[in-house]
Design a protein around this ligand. Structure first.
Ligand code: AHG
Ligand code: MN
Ligand code: MN
Length: 330
């Protein structure tokens, strides 16, 4: 029975950089608190919207704000990060209390992914991404520390609040998964060096938007709905509407998740820095692929903090077929 703190402090990269292990422990602590609040949200008047919108014009739920504050404060109070950015914050948050400025890392997060599902008891999650700052230590962080390309991530992961809570993370040496034992208040290692199967029989896309997608995407989905030569059956369609849940299923069983650009979202809907990059880092560490239809999302040079990107992630063989479909329509 290996606990998360035991595992993370034993990881080679964290042995040489204990600050990174301390930061990941702070993220995981906030995950425990968010998990506990989600389990009692219906009793604690924590369901529903706040009536406010985030910088991207999306309605904020009470749990979005709770999760954001929880993660931000867990990092700030432990001085493990020099700054924080989130889809719920308009600007980067500088932890300039004189102490946190000496921290080496910045954190970007989607504090509550899939939050529109929270009122109906469907799985949600917290997604996080960690970069080493490029500005000098002991100075205030700047936007440049937060808009590095995804390959510069030193750690990324998610905590999924499902039938059980699980932590999945990478520091660039494979993907590790931990299950939360609520009675002990501890995450225990359950899968080490997870590999996403190279193919699969599940596709996930919001099919209600089909008429707004490109012909290449429509052709690919039509192919999925044809009889598959190896199984004699069409693919199964599974779309939860929480990226974290759709991704997690594919991580275990194989499959493909698609959020294309469309007539409604001309850059796609998902956020490069908070959703695509961390999931892309995990995917590539698990031998899968994550692209914007042309290149790995990790190779995109970000223009701005809240930018969106088309996102295709999953089994390498399925992404390869998707690309063939997209290229043939160029
Ligand atoms: P968030 O709740 O953080 O805003 O993210 C929601 C995202 C993602 O989790 C999900 O896959 C997608 O939005 C669903 O969007 P549609 O409802 O447009 O399918
Ligand atoms: Mn999200
Ligand atoms: Mn969110």
């Amino acid at each position: 029975m290996i606990t998360f703190p035991e595992f993370v402090y034993g990881e080679a990269c964290c042995k040489s950089k204990p600050e990174l292990a301390a930061l990941l422990n702070a993220v995981v602590l906030s995950g425990k608190v968010i998990n506990s609040e989600i389990r009692r949200a219906g009793l604690a008047d924590l369901l529903g919207d706040t009536g406010d919108q985030n910088v991207q014009g999306e309605l904020q739920t009470k749990m979005d704000l709770f999760a954001n504050d929880c993660l931000k404060n867990a990092l700030l109070n432990r001085r493990v990060a020099a700054g924080y950015a989130s889809e719920e914050e308009e600007h980067i948050v500088l932890f300039n209390d004189g102490l946190a400025e000496s921290a080496r890392y910045v954190v970007l997060a989607d504090p509550l992914d899939g939050s529109s599902n929270i009122d109906v008891n469907v799985t949600v999650g917290t997604i996080f991404s960690v970069y080493e700052r490029i500005t000098p230590i002991d100075s205030p962080v700047t936007i440049d520390d937060f808009t590095q390309h995804g390959r510069a991530q030193v750690a990324a992961g998610y905590i999924i609040y499902g039938s059980s809570a699980m932590l999945v993370y990478t520091t660039g040496k494979g993907v590790h998964a931990f299950t939360y034992d609520q009675s002990l208040g501890e995450f225990f290692l359950c899968r080490d060096k997870l590999q996403l199967p190279s193919t699969g029989t599940t596709y996930s896309i919001n099919e209600g938007n089909m008429r707004n997608y490109s012909q290449g995407i429509r052709n690919y989905v039509a192919n999925c709905q044809q009889e598959n030569i190896s199984t004699g059956k069409p693919f199964s369609s599974r779309y939860i509407g929480s990226l974290v849940a759709d991704f997690h299923r594919n991580l275990i069983h194989g499959g493909i998740y698609l959020y294309p650009e469309s007539r409604i979202y001309n850059q796609g809907k998902l956020r490069l820095m908070y959703e695509c990059n961390p999931m892309g880092f995990i995917a590539e560490q698990a031998s899968a692929r994550a692209t914007n239809g042309l290149l790995s999302v990790l190779d995109i040079d970000p223009d701005e903090l809240h930018q969106r990107s088309p996102f295709y992630v999953g089994s390498s063989e399925l992404i390869k077929k998707l690309h063939i479909n997209l290229v043939s329509m160029l």
